[in-house]
Design a protein around this ligand. Structure first.
Ligand SMILES: Nc1ncnc2c1ncn2[C@@H]1O[C@H](COP(=O)(O)OP(=O)(O)OP(=O)(O)O)[C@@H](O)[C@H]1O
Ligand SMILES: [Mg+2]
Length: 282
């Protein structure tokens, strides 16, 4: 799904995250098999990666459909970040094939459409909020006016226009997280990768960020792959959860959450039960 007018569709989505489903008409049945998807946004086949002779990821087969929100879970050291680094193009697999939007990753030349949000917000302390958000656009060879416009749009998406001229040290943890999200969104990605992005936030702020991500996702149709240790976060956000096991990192299980209605309130019985089941199996 390519979004010719990303921000217009976001505006159409408005603020109602209860309507938070991406425009993915062909997938709405929930019963779609991989072969019904059309071209997956990501198709990883038999991916393997070693560090210093030790096999970290092995035989990873993963298909992510366009517009899907996928959570990667698993114990520390099982290779979640390594897999995300491979999906982002930061790291090459030793074996296997990665296809992004129908193009083999080694030929894929538009990594700007892939945004990566790390666990730490990585804001530059000597830049204002606005200039932090614009940072990711500097390599995009866009005219200055366009960079400014996109940065302003991204800040408005996360509700931070009022602090555009503030410095990172003046912001709360939640606001910093929003700036990091805006910086990722400024490149107008079709694929957003997030590695434990909200793990350092207090529960209330984390929950606000979940609403934010779902609202923005609903309007953009972005594909989202995120790593979390928080089962509640996985169940609230994801369409599907993939659990990795360690030594070497392999996919142990996929949990489809298509049947769980949205919005997903953690205190609702069916949501809490899915979280409990995941915790028991982890
Ligand atoms: N650049 C690297 N060089 C050497 N070893 C690495 C490198 N990156 C990761 N590893 C090793 O690969 C394994 C998987 O690491 P990775 O960071 O992917 O795990 P993870 O599932 O993200 O863990 P966590 O939940 O703690 O973040 C670990 O044993 C780690 O030490
Ligand atoms: Mg990690």
């Amino acid at each position: 799904m390519y979004l010719m007018d990303w921000y217009s569709s976001l505006r159409l989505a408005g603020d109602s995250f209860s309507a938070a489903r991406a425009p993915r008409a062909s997938f709405e049945s929930g019963a779609a098999s991989v072969s019904d998807w059309g071209a997956p946004a990501i198709k990883a086949t038999a991916i393997a990666k070693s560090f210093g002779g030790s096999l970290v990821l092995d035989a990873i087969d993963l298909a992510v459909r366009p517009g899907e929100i996928l959570a990667l879970i698993g114990p520390s050291g099982c290779g979640k970040s390594t897999l995300l680094n491979i999906l982002s193009g930061l790291l090459s697999p030793d074996a296997g094939e990665l296809v992004i939007d129908g193009t083999p990753a080694r030929q894929f030349d538009d990594w700007r459409r892939v945004a990566y949000m790390f666990q730490e917000d990585r804001l530059l302390p000597w830049r204002t909020v606005r200039d932090n958000v614009a940072f990711g656009l500097e390599s995009a060879r866009l005219p200055l006016a366009e960079r400014r416009r996109r940065a302003a749009d991204a800040l408005s998406l996360v509700g931070l226009e009022a602090v555009a001229d503030a410095w990172p040290h003046e912001l709360s943890g939640g606001m910093r997280s929003r700036v990091a999200l805006a910086r990722s969104l400024a490149v107008r990605p079709t694929l957003l990768l997030m590695d434990e992005p909200f793990s350092r936030l207090d529960p209330e702020t984390r929950s606000q960020m979940h609403d934010e991500v779902l609202r923005i996702h609903a309007g953009s149709g972005m594909t989202v792959v995120f790593v979390t240790h928080d089962m509640e976060e996985a169940v609230v956000l994801a369409d599907r959860i993939v659990r990795l096991v360690p030594r070497p990192g392999r996919i142990a299980e996929e949990v489809d959450l298509d049947d769980l209605p949205r919005p997903r309130i953690p205190t609702d019985a069916d949501v809490a039960e899915r979280v409990r089941q995941l915790r028991v199996r982890s």
